[in-house]
Design a protein around this ligand. Structure first.
Ligand code: URA
Length: 444
């Protein structure tokens, strides 16, 4: 097949047929279509979009470029959660053991930090010894034993997406709804799920900040799931400020452990319970979302959720003692308070500036092969709307050295804005989207 003719067709607003997508993606995964041609096609898609049928065909083509998990023999429902990415978003770390402890199998496939957003794999790898590079056979065995595996996209799963995603990152073609939807769903459908819950972020720290674009992405992924018999529910949640207080790899693991022990910050718990309730209902262990919420509360108060996290950590080579003693996680050399320089109202805690600040401290990547310092980051106690006095602590900086403290302080000076008054922040959860349509969260 001539890739050049497909690029020309897409450039000129034409369509690519399902068989052509399949051959193209197989040849790309095999190295027979060069990156420069795929980059040109990605840019043509970025500008001209894809029809609904083409999005489906591209998703199928990427899904079938590799292996899939066959979990039909498990009695439990298999439900994963995917977030479109944010700052301080450690929900997966709490949700996976919590939902598994309630009886739903969670084959959770996560990614690394991207741009200003953090990644679940980097957070997990801050646990001494923790390995996320399980083979599909190992992940299957773990799911059979105790219902949860926390893995990265292995070489076996959707290899065409793996290559294309890295290429899109390098060619500024990430922010395309057809490409994002096909990329996420090709991986998720490869997990052999019986249900999927999406956390679609909106607000200044989201990849797609505008509500209508978030809703379009949610609807597209819901339709792709329906094409494959996989029910998908999406919640639209706020990313105009970080989620929870901790922002940085090891300190987010610590906050997640506290959440599993019943001491999580209210915003993190609200989003976790809302997403978890959808997972328990899709996984058929709860009759409705209220029932699901009660089951999750019991799993936390009884210690079962924290114990399940310990089990997962141990199975994946990590030190399970971190759950009882989070001080075993990597610790920063320098810890310094960040104080309010004036009295007023916290008008904004801007997530992109916080995310970039973590990278400046050494806790994120600017190149794929950068080594991440797990110990650095921020714990931000100030929240939009808080009234503060001059000199009051707003955050704590965790850094490698004094240069890191200075970089952290500069990031917080940009991110945390104190004013005379403040606009209300976005509602933490604003919409629930299913195949049936879009509901305001208050009515859902
Ligand atoms: N996450 C993915 O897996 N793919 C995208 O395209 C964007 C976010």
């Amino acid at each position: 097949m001539e890739a050049r003719s497909l690029i020309e067709r897409k450039r000129d607003g034409g369509q690519i047929a399902p068989a052509e997508w399949r051959t193209l993606m197989q040849q790309y995964a095999a190295g027979d279509v060069p990156d420069y041609q795929m980059a040109a096609l990605a840019m043509a898609i970025f500008f001209n979009g894809l029809t609904r049928d083409e999005i489906g065909a591209l998703t199928d083509a990427m899904l079938h470029s590799g292996a899939t998990l066959d979990l039909d023999h498990l009695r439990a429902g298999r439900v994963d959660k995917h977030s479109t990415g944010g700052v301080g978003d450690k929900v997966s770390l709490v949700l996976a053991p919590l939902v598994a402890a309630c009886g739903v199998a969670v084959p959770m496939m996560s990614g690394r930090g991207l741009g200003h957003t953090g990644g679940t794999l980097d957070k997990l790898e801050s646990i001494p010894g923790f390995r996320t590079d399980l083979t599909l056979a190992q992940a299957t065995q773990q799911l059979e034993s105790f219902g949860c595996a926390l893995i990265g996209q292995t070489r076996e799963i959707a290899p065409a997406d793996r290559k294309l995603y890295a290429l899109r990152d390098a060619t500024s073609t990430v922010e395309s709804i057809p490409l994002i939807a096909a990329s996420i769903m090709s991986k998720k459908l490869a997990e052999g799920l019986t249900g999927l819950v999406l956390d679609v972020k909106r607000g200044s720290g989201a990849f797609l900040p505008e509500l209508d674009r978030g809703l379009e992405l949610a609807r597209t992924m819901i339709e792709l799931g329906a094409d494959h018999g996989c029910p998908v529910v999406a919640l639209l949640t706020a990313m105009d400020r970080p989620l929870g207080r901790a922002c940085g790899n090891a300190i987010e693991v610590e906050e997640s452990i506290m959440a599993l022990r019943g001491e999580g910050p209210p915003d993190l718990m609200k989003v976790t319970y809302a997403l978890g309730a959808e997972m328990l209902v899709l996984g058929a262990v709860a009759t409705d979302r209220d029932d699901a919420r009660r089951r999750m509360e019991v799993a936390i108060s009884s210690g079962r959720a924290a114990a399940r996290f310990q089990q997962i950590i141990e199975a994946q080579g990590g030190d399970p003692a971190v759950v009882d003693d989070p001080s075993l996680l990597p610790q920063a050399n320098e810890v310094e308070l960040f104080l309010a320089d004036r009295a007023g109202v916290v008008a904004q805690v801007e997530p992109r500036a916080i995310g970039r600040g973590i990278t400046a401290l050494g806790g994120g990547r600017t190149k794929v092969d950068d080594i991440v310092d797990a110990s650095v980051g921020f714990v931000i106690t100030a929240q939009p709307g808080d009234v503060v006095r001059a000199g009051e602590p707003l955050a704590t900086i965790f850094a490698r050295d004094s240069a890191g403290v200075a970089a952290g302080r500069a990031a917080l000076q940009t991110a945390v804005r104190i004013a005379e008054d403040a606009e209300p922040p976005l509602p933490l959860i604003s919409h629930r989207v299913t195949e049936a349509g879009v509901q305001q969260w208050d009515d859902a």
